[in-house]
Design a protein around this ligand. Sequence first.
Ligand code: DAK
Length: 259
Amino acid sequence: MNYEFIIVEPQFQTYVALIRLNRPKELNALNLQLMLELKNALVSLDENENVRCIIITGNEQAFAAGADIKQMESKSAIDLLKIDQFETWDQIRKTKKPIIAAVCGFALGGGCELAMTCDMIVAGESAKFGQPEIKIGVMPGAGGTQRLTRAIGKALAMEMVLTGKFISAYEALKSGLINRVVPDDVYLDEALKLANEISQMSPVSVRLAKESVLRAFESGLQEGLYFERKNFYMCFASEDQKEGMKAFVEKRKPDFKGK
Ligand code: DAK
């Protein structure tokens, strides 16, 4: 597929695909076409049996500085309703394979929301996270008030959303928003290491475990526990479960086939 605003490498490394947001002059501002391309790429990588983990990244200046304000500026509420961008954003959330956001520079507004919609975040030291929509007279619209609050708690989320202040990579790490901070020149390598580690596991159990963690994040405890139990039983319908446990007993490395 031909993309204008993203670069996709389905076999960046064995089992690991890379999507690079690529509007560098606009700090990777997320216009409608970029989001559509991202959605299409994720659907295609999700179906690709040679992909087990996906990394989304930007460049050293920006992961993404938000939705494209120039494109949004003149829109009415009814225009937005008709465009129905939520369908595109929801697809990111629905991706079955794990997605790691490798963030350097700005992750603001929709950029921060995109990173939070991914499953894990690896950041370079210069990363800055923020929901500055309040400064342009709106508020987060792609999950920012919900995901940020659940990830870092009410106090800091409220301050960020109401003042638009940015937090550094280290503050983001301390508050539980991200998984790790590394020097800028190795943030992608570090994300890749994590992706490689996950890719060694059974794709079946990775898929079911991801769904279950998301359910914990997105629902009440009781509902989450029932969901987890169902998916736990389902692991036992896979050959990978037999192989994984057999390999443990036989003291060898498992050979997972995704079946
Ligand atoms: N949109 C469009 N262009 C942007 C942009 C953005 N978000 N951010 C930066 N740019 C452009 C700048 O206009 C500039 O373009 P030229 O003037 O050169 O043509 C170029 O990128 C470089 O930016 P600066 O010159 O401003 O660079 P600085 O280093 O001085 O400042 C900055 C960097 C990141 C602090 C600054 O650019 C900035 O404040 N940018 C805006 C950040 C922001 O407010 N982000 C939130 C946008 S609102 C939804 C889904 C998502 C959303 C809403 C709804 N639905 C599903 C319905 C999300 C909304 C948002 O994200």
